[in-house]
Structure formats: structure tokens, C-alpha cells
Design a protein around this ligand. Structure first.
Ligand code: KG4
Ligand code: ZN
Length: 335
């Protein structure tokens, strides 16, 4: 069964053709990083316009690379939410028009669930699992009884992890998106006194997160310097201290979630799951807890069409169906 996956929920246009749920025949992602970089964040109107510009060319490329006639597609899976309304609308309208024109069924999927589902492409998930989804828009800790059966354990009270990385990077004068830049600087040569950022809610007794205070703590550090620019070593040091703080909080909560959910594995997905320091720290914690760590393959951590196609295949096989009344759901919640 050949599934076309379409992802347009934020600032990446992703299209992929996946056979039988896990064989990637072709994929293409058009990133808009350059377009949004001057604004240090995603501008929704610009993003949706880019999606409608990119989609036809990406579809042509994917079909060409896979030597696939459009009539050989069995299902079109598309992200219906959560995400930016205008962006979702472009993907869903495109999927429905294509499905209608070619007589192919269309199925809407949840973006967060698609991120989590990439862990199943890696294989080796033992249930129940605890899933940590960390991206630019989402920070979720979820108990997974099996794919499709979720229980919310914790979420962020304010900023998402990736959003905090992006904002702090911007304060330090690093390029957008901030996560990769911060990780690179955290490996540098720190100098000066940069320790002592807070570890928000680390001992709160629940599984929720808060990252806006951490961001403000960095801002106060910068203000206290009354305009004196940071040295390169101080930027490295602050990037490392910030990353340490985020990783410590995420790992501590994931560990607590494993105990509470009696989990046998930890799943890590979303854009921030590319972070090596986070992967390493979770690996050590998983070893100590005697559970498996299953990380989403790095290339499928950020938004892409493969995760949408793979989840679409799974859902369709389980009986899920949509018709042309399929609509966007910008505020869709996994649980
Ligand atoms: O999953 P994604 O592509 O988009 C959303 O659905 O939100 O995630 C993008 C986020 C950005 O905030 C980016 O800064 C962050 O993932 N990110 C990272 C790293 N690579 C990407 N954060 C920390 N370390 C990284 N290596
Ligand atoms: Zn995403």
C-alpha cells in the first residue's frame, strides 16, 4: 500500500511516499528557515504562502524520484492539526483536491502523534512506554499503552522547549532556528561565571514543565551587564548552562514518568530530540531505570512527510476513514 504524506503545520513543507508503512520510496522537505530567520520566529502568513508555492513542486519531485504514477497512490495522509491555521489549511485543501481529482481516499492525522510514531520506524518499542515529545511548538510527556492509546502525564505551562531554545539563542545573537546553534555553542570553550540558571519545576512533584522563567533568567543575566557584550566564551558558557538546565529537567521528569507509568521504554521524538546531550542523558537514565530508549531517527525528528504517511498507513489499516468534509484542527490535542 502506497501512502502519500503531506505536512504543512508550521514552517516545513514535507511530502513523502511510503510503502507498507515503513519503506520510504521518496521524500522531500522544503524548509523556510531563511525566510523566517530575520524575524527570529515563524511568521504565519509567510509560512502558509510558502506552503502553497512549494507543494506542487515537491509532489512532482517525490513522484518522479519514486517513479510512481499518481494513480498508484492508495491513500493521501495529511496533517490536520495542531498547528498554524493558515498553514494547515493549505495542506488539507491540497490533499483533498488531489484525492478528489484522482479518486484516492484522504485521511487527516495528528501532528504530535505523527512525531511520536517516528519512534516506531526505529523499532524496538516495549509497551507501556513513556513518550517525550519535544519540539518548537510542543512539550508533552505521554503514557503510550500502544499506538493510538495515550494518557497525558505532563506538558508545559508556558513555552515549548524548542521555543525556549530559539528565544534564548536570539538573545545570545545566534541564528534561527536556535536549537542547533545552541547545541553547537554548548560544545565550545566556556569562560566567565555563567553557572546557576534555574532548573524550573524540577522538584514540583508533578510532571509538568515551565521554560519561560529560564528564558527570563538569561535575559536578566544580559541586562545586568548594562550593555557590555558577551565574549565568545561567555556565549558558549551560557548556551551550555541553558542546555544543561533543560536536559536535567526533561530527564528528571521522564525518569519520574517511567516510575509512575510502570513503563518499559522511553520514546523521544520532535525537533529537539536531535539534541545529542539530551539523547545521551536520557540513554544513561534509561539504563539506570532498566528500560529501553527509542529515539526517533534523527532525519525524521523535525517536521516531514514520512511521519505523516507512516501514521496514516497505521490508522487506515486500523479502520480510520475521513471524507471530503475533513477540516483543519489547529488546536487538536493528542489526549
Ligand atoms: O519538530 P519541529 O521541526 O517543529 C515543530 O513541530 O515545532 O521542531 C523544531 C524545533 C526548533 O525550536 C529547533 O530550535 C529545535 O526543534 N531543535 C533543536 C535542535 N534541533 C532542532 N533544539 C535543541 N537542539 C537541537 N539540536
Ligand atoms: Zn513538529
Amino acid at each position: 500500500m502506497r501512502v502519500l504524506g503531506i505536512e504543512t503545520s508550521c514552517d516545513e513543507t514535507g511530502v513523502a511516499l511510503v510503502e507498507d508503512g515503513n519503506r520510504v520510496l521518496a521524500e522531500a522537505v522544503a524548509s523556510q528557515e531563511q525566510i523566517h530567520a530575520p524575524f527570529a520566529g515563524v511568521v504565519p502568513e509567510l509560512a502558509s504562502r510558502q506552503h502553497s508555492r512549494f507543494l506542487p513542486a515537491l509532489l512532482q519531485k517525490v513522484l518522479g524520484d519514486a517513479s510512481c504514477d499518481p494513480r498508484e497512490i492508495d491513500l493521501i495522509a495529511v496533517t490536520r492539526g495542531p498547528g498554524l491555521a493558515g498553514c494547515l489549511l493549505v495542506g488539507v485543501a491540497y490533499a483533498k483536491a488531489l484525492g478528489y481529482a484522482l479518486g484516492i481516499p484522504v485521511l487527516g492525522v495528528d501532528h504530535c502523534e505523527a512525531h511520536l510514531y517516528t519512534c516506531y520506524l526505529a523499532g524496538g518499542v516495549d509497551h507501556p512506554a513513556v513518550a517525550l515529545l519535544v519540539s518548537g511548538g510542543h512539550t508533552l510527556l505521554v503514557r503510550v499503552a500502544r499506538p493510538g492509546r495515550y494518557e497525558m502525564l505532563g506538558t508545559t505551562r508556558d513555552d515549548a522547549v524548542g521555543e525556549a531554545f530559539d528565544k534564548v539563542a536570539s538573545m545570545l545573537g545566534l541564528p534561527f532556528p536556535g536549537g542547533p546553534a545552541m547545541e553547537a555553542r554548548a560544545k565550545g570553550r566556556p569562560s566567565g561565571d555563567v553557572a546557576g540558571l534555574p532548573r524550573p519545576l524540577i522538584r514540583s512533584g508533578d510532571l509538568n514543565f515551565s521554560f519561560s522563567g529560564l528564558k527570563t533568567a538569561v535575559l536578566y543575566r544580559l541586562r545586568a551587564r548594562s550593555g557590555t557584550p558577551l565574549s565568545e566564551g561567555e556565549i558558549d558558557g551560557l548556551a551550555r548552562e541553558f542546555q544543561n538546565a533543560v536536559v536535567e529537567v526533561l530527564v528528571e521528569k521522564a525518569r519520574e514518568a517511567v516510575t509512575r507509568a510502570r513503563a518499559k521504554s522511553i520514546l523521544l521524538a520532535g525537533g529537539v530530540a536531535q539534541n545529542e546531550a539530551l539523547r545521551e542523558a536520557l540513554r544513561r537514565a534509561a539504563d539506570e531505570e532498566g528500560v529501553r530508549l527509542v529515539c526517533a531517527p534523527k532525519r525524521y525528528c523535525t517536521d516531514n512527510g514520512v511521519m505523516v504517511a507512516a501514521l496514516g498507513h497505521h490508522k487506515f489499516a486500523g479502520g480510520a476513514r475521513d471524507d471530503l468534509s475533513l477540516d483543519i484542527a489547529p488546536g487538536l490535542r493528542l489526549v
